[in-house]
Design a protein around this ligand. Sequence first.
Ligand code: C5P
Length: 307
Amino acid sequence: MSLSVLHRDTPNRTSVSTRACGKINLTLEVLGKRSDGYHDIHSLAIGVDLADRLSCTLLPEQEIRIRCERAELATPENLVYRAAKSFLKATGIEAGFEIELEKEIPVGGGMGGGSSDAAAALQLFNEVCDAGLSHASLAAIGATLGSDVPLFLQLPSVVMRGRGELVEPVSMKWSGCVLLVHVDAFVSTPLVYQKWRNDAQPRRPSSNSKSILEGTSADMLNGFLRNDLEEAVFDVAPDVAQVFRALEALRVGPFRVSGAGSTLFRLFDDEDAAGEIARSIENAKLNVKTRIVAAPVGENPLVFEEN
Ligand code: C5P
């Protein structure tokens, strides 16, 4: 990996914070299993206005601290912690970080919360150290942390290829809102890919993503949504399957699963229509949490605080 470090001088103790928004996959096509164990995919993903918040303070000592209300997330396994390690190693900067993480995006929900946090953290480290790494360099570090990390550097809408790490920003005609239905289940991505039924020869991507980019109404887009991992998610998480079937029975769909997770979603052109459907779902007492968020979004501005 070649990295360009423009400055290495450490400024005064400074904090910088940002939002880390979640994503949904409007299409997720699995093209085949690779010899390295990953799967080749083709996916159109968009950012949605549901975000974690991260703030980062530069420490003079070589220590990485994560603070999070959810103690189980404040561990060295957290992608943010691993992002810090990778960033310091790649740049050779001898310092540390204290990172505060406020979670809003459900964990294991298929909305890329952990990956988005890692992408946001890399941008915060870059700023707080004044390291001057390019987006491409940050994406290269991100890709070593997880296939979904680089996409968060290119939102609001992207096409992902390879194992997901090859990202091309695209422009969409549609914007509106998304009704998210969170099922309370953690879904493991590796397990979902293991369950994916490889019953065909390597495939080519369909034209669904192209049609979605051209679509101007939620109805048009909803017809082209596709997720090849959906059945595998249902195998791994029967609770998600049960809610999906219940939504079908209520005739409030079409809903799709996002990524390899436990969030179901439907697109709407306006909030009122989404709110009406959300109320029907809440009234059905399915033990889910509904949320209406704007999409596509990708702006996660940096906010600086001098200490
Ligand atoms: O890249 P990431 O670490 O997020 O992937 C977690 C796991 O999900 C991989 O180890 C692999 O088992 C599976 N995966 C896959 N194909 C992809 C992305 C992830 O098989 N394109």
